[in-house]
Design a protein around this ligand. Structure first.
Ligand SMILES: [Zn+2]
Length: 442
């Protein structure tokens, strides 16, 4: 059976994240946007949250109309449309996601939760535990196998919990990240864990970046933890994930959301994961380096490239994968470069064809024009000059993802889902029935 898995999407609303810090932390390539974003973004964040909370004050509403006019002018219409999605509730975001990719016939969506609370300036957001419960009740259960998200793990939250500190909102931290992960994976239909190294922690060997982490002067320095402490909680997470065959996706791009400009280079380089995967006990960790470390102007052949590093790593580790989410293939000016880069990758590192994962990064992808063509345009790039054949495209769209997710005969994720459907009286979706009957990994 042919089916499609999107391994990387988002369904968070403006209420679920510290919105202002999140928007400010983005790297804006356009010079005018870079200049204006510190002035515009605080108002944008207020207006998006206001819309979500059904702001009634007429004066504020008029002010926001003007702000959004400026946004259209300087940040572009797509940015405005993305802001529109952020100002919806999760149920409406889900409906929009399904509508957006209706023609692509995606069978399984994997929304990735994010947890930025300890890393950005404080704008009170929905408690992470409440987000998990809400998604479980309003997304996972009613959609019966169409959504199985990854739950976020934040080592800073875990350390604050262990040290009995207060959270950035000023209340005692009641929820450790580790307990939240176990509950979501074992009882609530989540199938993996999301990490975000560029916030301020390396995959391992964190003592080596203690000085860099001191640059993050947030929350009156309430959450300064030692590198060894980060390693300790991360090691516990990896132990749990290996033991229970839980896959991890980590953000891996040169630029994007980061705790300070270029923090991605201090904490989030792909090669830092060698420190984890080289440890005998973690060699079977299922890991996805999201975004393929891709930075559009550089791609595979540029001077600074993580893409080549990742390709080499794919050869070294059997359970390492990489997703293509948010790549700019929908922009005509980059198509030729994508095609020639993949042609080279295909001949230098054929292993990529077994490890490349389809993922959109919607709704963040909404900032790019023509985002609806993402899947078709990506397939065009890969098929160029017979680079990927039909079977390899099929693996890109689902087969590789099944291996990453551990959804094959005997896999623990498959067993957990089987139990989840049974416990919750859910008739398993067609894609699940077909893999259960198959003979295992291709
Ligand atoms: Zn993403």
């Amino acid at each position: 059976m042919k089916f499609i898995i999107d391994v990387h999407s988002h369904i968070f609303s403006a209420r679920d994240i510290p919105l202002k810090g999140y928007l400010l932390s983005r790297n804006y390539e356009d010079k005018i946007q870079k200049l204006l974003s510190p002035i515009l973004i605080p108002s944008i964040a207020k207006c998006i949250r206001g819309k979500l909370n059904r702001e009634k004050n007429v004066f504020i509403k008029i002010k926001c109309k003007c702000t959004m006019g400026l946004v259209r002018l300087f940040m572009g219409g797509q940015y405005l449309k993305w802001g529109d999605t952020l100002s919806k509730d999760i149920e409406s975001i889900i409906s929009e996601l399904i509508e957006t990719f209706e023609k692509d016939e995606i069978d399984l969506f994997i929304p990735l939760m994010i947890d930025y609370e300890y890393w950005f300036k404080n704008t009170p957001d929905t408690l992470i535990k409440d987000q998990i419960d809400f998604i479980y009740e309003n997304v996972i259960l009613p959609y019966e196998g169409k959504f199985h998200p990854f739950v976020s793990f934040d080592p800073a939250r875990e350390l604050a919990f262990r040290k009995k500190l207060c959270n950035p909102d000023g209340d005692p931290e009641k929820y450790g990240s580790m307990n939240l992960v176990k509950d979501a994976i074992e009882k609530k239909g989540f199938i993996g864990v999301k990490l975000y190294n560029s916030m301020g922690y390396k995959p391992f060997n964190n003592a080596s970046v203690d000085d860099k982490r001191r640059r993050i002067s947030l929350h009156k320095k309430k959450y300064v933890f030692k590198g060894e402490e980060y390693d300790e909680v991360l090691t516990e997470l990896y132990d749990y994930c290996v033991e229970n065959e839980v896959p991890i996706t980590t953000h891996c791009g040169m630029y994007g959301i980061e705790s300070y400009p270029d923090a991605s280079f201090d904490f989030g380089k792909a090669v830092y994961w060698r420190d984890v995967l080289d440890q005998e006990k973690f060699k079977n960790l299922h890991l996805n380096l999201a975004h393929f470390g891709w930075y559009t102007p550089e791609g595979y052949t540029g001077k600074i490239t993580w893409v080549k590093d990742i390709c080499k790593m794919l050869d070294d580790y059997n359970y390492l994968f990489t997703d293509v989410s948010c790549h700019r293939v929908v922009l005509k000016k980059y198509i030729r470069k994508f095609k020639s880069d993949y042609k080279k990758i295909g001949s230098d590192f054929p292993i990529v064809k077994e490890r490349l994962l389809f993922g959109t990064d919607w709704h963040v992808l909404k900032r790019v024009p023509n985002f609806r063509d993402f899947k078709d345009d990506y397939i065009d790039v890969l098929k160029h000059e017979n680079n990927f054949n039909d079977a390899e495209i099929k693996n890109f769209l689902s087969g590789n993802a099944l291996n990453f997710l551990g959804l094959y005969k005997g896999g623990k994720n498959l067993k957990r889902l089987e139990k989840f459907y049974k416990d919750n009286n859910i008739n398993p979706p067609e894609w699940f029935k077909s893999i259960r009957l198959s003979d295992g990994r291709s």
